[in-house]
Write a protein that binds this ligand. Sequence first.
Ligand SMILES: Cc1ncc(COP(=O)(O)O)c(C=O)c1O
Length: 396
Amino acid sequence: MTNREIIDATDRTQVGVYARFPVAFVRGEGARLWDADGKPYVDFFTGLAVNNLGHAHPRIVAAIREQAAKLLHVSNLYYNRPAAELGELLVAHSFADRVFFSNSGAEANEAAIKLARKYGAEQRGGRYEILTMLGSFHGRTLATLSATAQEKYQAGFQPLVPGFRYVPFGDFAAAASAVRDETIGILVEPIQGEGGVNVPPADYLRRLRDLCDERGLLLLFDEVQVGMGRTGTLFAYEHDSIRPDIMTLAKALGGGVPIGAMLTTEAIAAVLGLGAHGSTFGGNPLACAAGTAVLRSLLEDGVLDNCRAMSERIRKRLDAIRASVPMIRDIRGVGLILGIEIDRPGRPLVATALERGLVINCTADKVIRLLPPLTITAAEVDEGLAILEDVLRAAS
Ligand SMILES: Cc1ncc(COP(=O)(O)O)c(C=O)c1O
C-alpha cells in the first residue's frame, strides 16, 4: 500500500481522534524510518519516547522472536518466566521491592492511584486525595484524566473522578499549603512531557519528598515519559538522589511492545492483597521478554553514556542556533527530552520538518519537542539538526 492508500483506509474507518501527519511509516532501523513510498527520515521522536533503543534493535527483535515462538500468553492464574525476569531486573535497579505490570501508562497510573487510595484507607485513616500538577499528563482513562490538570483533555468528559486537587508545577509553597487532612499523596512527573518539557526548580522534587515524609504522604512519580534512560539516568528520580514511594513506567519499557509497570515498596504494596487489582494482559510473556531485553541493553550497552553525550551535542548546537533565531524563546530539558519553546504555534514547523525528512513533534502548542533514540549517533544528530536549523531559519 502507498502512503495515500494507507491514509485513506485509516481515515475512512478509524475514530478520528488523532491529528495525524500524512505519512505512514512502514520500516525503521536505529534512528531511521522509511515511509510507505520509500522516503527516508531521521527520527527525533521515537514514537513519543517509546523506541528509546531505536527501531529494530537486534536485542529486542531477538527476544521477541524467541518468545513468540515459545509462549505468547498464559494468564495471571499461573507464573511466567519473562515476567519473573523483568520484575527481578526492575527491583534490582530501582528503589522498588514490588512491581505490578500493566499494558500502558494510563493503566500503570490507575494502579498507582488505586494503591495510594487503598493505602490511605487502610493505613492513614481514610485519606484519599491526591495532589497533581497544572500542566500534567497522566493518561486518558477517567481517573488518570481527572489527575491530568489540563482542561483541553477533560472537556466533555465530566463528571470527573473526585479526589484530585491541582497545584502549580514547580511551586513548592503551593503544594505545601494545599496539603489537608484528606490528602494521601502527591503525583508528579519529574519533568512534564506533554505540558511542554517543563523542568522544575532544582530543589523542588527533594522538597516534595521532605514534605511527604513530614506529613505522612506518598510521593508518586509518573516516569512514563522520562523513565527508562530518557534523561541520561535509568530513572529520572536518580538526578535528585531521592526515592519516590510509587513510580510508574510504560512507553520505552517494552521498546515498542505495549507494557506498563507500577513500582513500589514492600510496605506499601502490602495493602494490595489477593484480588485487589489485576489485568488479563499485565505481565504478558511477550511484552516482558521485550522489556527484559530493553532494560539489559540500557544497562549493558553504554546507552546512558551515549544519551548524555548526544544531549550535550544537541544542546550546544541549539544554543548556537538560538543566538541568531529570534523566534526561539527557551531551550530546556534533560538528557534526550528537549524542548525548544518558540514564539508561535509549532505544528507548521513540524510539518515542514517532516517534508524535509526529520520527525519532530510539538507539544503545548509552542514547544518543539525532541525525543531522539538514546542510541543515536553523532552523525545522525548532525543530520537531523541541519534540517531543524534550516526549518527554524526559514520560518524566522
Ligand atoms: C507522563 C505520562 N504519563 C502517562 C501517559 C499515558 O500513557 P499511555 O498513553 O501509555 O496510556 C503519558 C503519555 O503520553 C505520559 O506522557
